[in-house]
Design a protein around this ligand. Structure first.
Ligand code: G1P
Length: 287
């Protein structure tokens, strides 16, 4: 079955980037000249998604404006004859169908995804978290979709994380089926290193059968007194086996300051117009 819908929750507070995120969504922080969320939407589109549901909250209006038409700006660029920028700006608003659902209260990732239930309409769907940028020729979400189509199982993307960081992830216990695929045995939200069942963490990409929504509905508040997606996945795994897939690609958790700076450096070094100057700058730094 084809997967055409994706849910992208963007209702989080972004406290790690205060004060920048006091009046600006963390998803709008730029990696050079494109906001993080733009890369996430590009990944969804490159994976075959044509219908995106953003779960937003207060102070996320600029995300809606970003993906909307901007007549004043377009007129200004037309008058100036700046065709190149005009095309870039126009292309953004015609990228894909986007719907917005507002989560009234930040009650957790699971609750955010649940608000999309009506729109999902009993179809399998993808979830992309707005912080991760994953660079790879075959997009991470497409890798999950291919797995889903091959095995018919909900599939979550995982990677090895440093043991001291298990408290930032949903950590899995799995039975290795082949070099990159696990059958899920358990998943625990943000365990301390001594309690973690492994050091394999769920990153922000998932493909689910629609039954995940009923499972989330059944869960009660978990870690941080929030409705956790991880608890929904654990329930789903009791009913229908969930798979975890070691994706191929380089992930930047742009919600982390160090990773954010690394992303900017790496993207600048891949940018034809800037790479020579940036290389020169970096080699000239006295450490
Ligand atoms: C969420 C999930 C967690 C997952 C992580 C990936 O946590 O709850 O299971 O491992 O995303 O980034 P958050 O980062 O929103 O605290």
């Amino acid at each position: 079955m084809e997967i055409k819908k994706a849910v992208i929750p963007v209702a989080g507070m972004g406290t790690r980037f205060l004060p920048a995120t006091k009046s600006m969504p963390k998803e709008m922080l730029p990696i050079i000249d494109k906001p993080v969320i733009h890369y996430v939407v590009e990944e969804a589109i490159a994976s075959g998604i044509d219908d995106i549901i953003f779960i937003t909250g207060r102070s996320k209006r600029s995300i809606e404006d970003y993906f909307d038409d901007s007549p004043e700006l377009e007129n200004h660029l037309k008058k100036k004859g700046n065709e190149k920028l005009l095309k870039i700006v126009q292309d953004i608003s015609s990228m894909v169908d986007i719907h917005y659902i507002r989560q009234k209260e930040a009650r957790g990732l699971g609750d955010a995804i649940l608000t999309a239930k009506k729109h999902i309409n009993e179809e399998p769907f993808a979830v992309l978290l707005g912080d991760d940028i994953i660079v790879n020729d075959k997009p991470c979400t497409k890798q999950l979709i291919d797995n889903f189509q091959k095995y018919g199982r909900s599939t979550i993307a995982v990677e090895e994380v440093p043991l001291e960081k298990t408290g930032s992830y949903g950590i899995i216990k799995g039975q290795l089926l082949n070099e990159s695929l696990y059958a899920l045995e358990d998943i625990v939200e943000k365990p301390a290193p001594e309690d973690a069942p492994s050091n394999i963490g769920a990153i922000g990409r998932y493909v689910f059968t629609p039954e995940i929504l009923d499972c989330i509905k059944e869960t009660t508040a978990g870690v941080g007194n929030e409705i956790q997606l991880t608890d929904g996945i654990r329930l789903l795994n009791e009913e229908q086996k969930v798979y975890a897939y070691k994706f191929t690609g380089k992930r930047y958790d742009t919600g982390d300051k160090v990773e954010y700076v690394k992303a900017i450096i790496d993207f600048a070094l891949c940018n034809e117009e800037m790479k020579d100057q940036i290389k020169e700058h970096i080699t000239g730094i006295k450490l």
